[in-house]
Write a protein that binds this ligand. Structure first.
Ligand code: GLP
Length: 245
């Protein structure tokens, strides 16, 4: 667990780690495979990466990304889609090749979802796996959209969103009734295979779930507790989120 004075300081540190990894691999002529997250939590990390791209020439030409999740159903052009989120908060401002960007497809027909999910996993595996996965955490203890009840070896799949998750998303959708009931998410097993995992959380609002995730009994009721079983996870927190530890 690393605790920083502020979200800003923590975000700069995480962005620095991502940049160092990209540079190290690029120098060896290798691609960096990143697992990315949405939500308010990583926004300043992305802002710092954009700054490094613009001011320091950090290039994303050798970077391949896989996003954790997407609402289902969801049109990529919708303001609430994670495609829109990633474009606005990162991809529109850096030199990444759009062919290297992967986000679960919220427009699939239900009968095509399983094959899509299997292929998502295969694409990650074919590239040698995720070098680094960044995560936020939902108040249910979800990572990605792996809600309570998710299995530790779960793969990318269609899931039903928890009621609390839908309440938390209701502002973005102008009311809970408009929040999709489902999502496509990488699984706990997919996340676990990443060579490095960074889970970030800011503010006192996240303090109770961070206490459970870091110190609570390992259980599918709080999926983030599975991270305790991994030796390559960093919980990066601000003081407020760490206040109950
Ligand atoms: C969403 C995302 C998660 C994210 C969580 C927390 O449900 N699917 O990946 O970690 O919300 O969001 P926020 O960072 O806005 O608190």
């Amino acid at each position: 667990v690393s605790v920083y004075k502020s979200q800003q300081e923590a975000s700069i540190a995480v962005a620095g780690r991502i940049a160092a990894l990209i540079k190290k691999k690029s120098e060896k002529g290798e691609k960096t495979v990143l697992g990315l997250a949405t939500g308010v939590t990583p926004i300043r990390v992305y802002a710092e990466l954009i700054r490094m791209h613009k001011e320091e020439g950090l290039s994303f030409k050798n970077v391949i990304t896989f996003n954790l999740d997407e609402y289902y159903p969801m049109q990529p052009t919708a303001v609430q889609s994670y495609v829109t989120f990633m474009n606005e908060n990162l991809f529109n401002h850096i030199d990444i090749d759009r062919n290297n960007v992967h986000i679960p497809d919220g427009t699939l027909k239900q009968e095509d979802v399983a094959a899509f999910c299997l292929n998502y996993e295969r694409q990650i595996t074919a590239l040698g796996g995720l070098d680094l996965q960044i995560l936020g955490i939902g108040r249910t203890g979800h990572i990605g959209f792996n809600e309570p009840g998710s299995a530790p070896n779960s793969g990318t799949r269609l899931v039903t969103l928890d009621d609390l998750t839908r309440s938390d998303a209701s502002r973005d959708f102008g009311g809970k009734q408009n929040v999709p009931t489902k999502a496509i998410t990488m699984g706990i097993g997919t996340i676990f295979k990443a060579r490095e995992i960074i889970l970030m959380a800011w503010s006192g609002k996240k303090a109770p779930i961070i206490k459970k995730a870091v110190e609570g009994e390992i259980s599918g009721e709080v999926p983030a507790t599975y991270l305790q079983l991994s030796d390559h996870v960093d919980f990066v927190l601000d003081e407020a989120a760490a206040s109950e530890l």
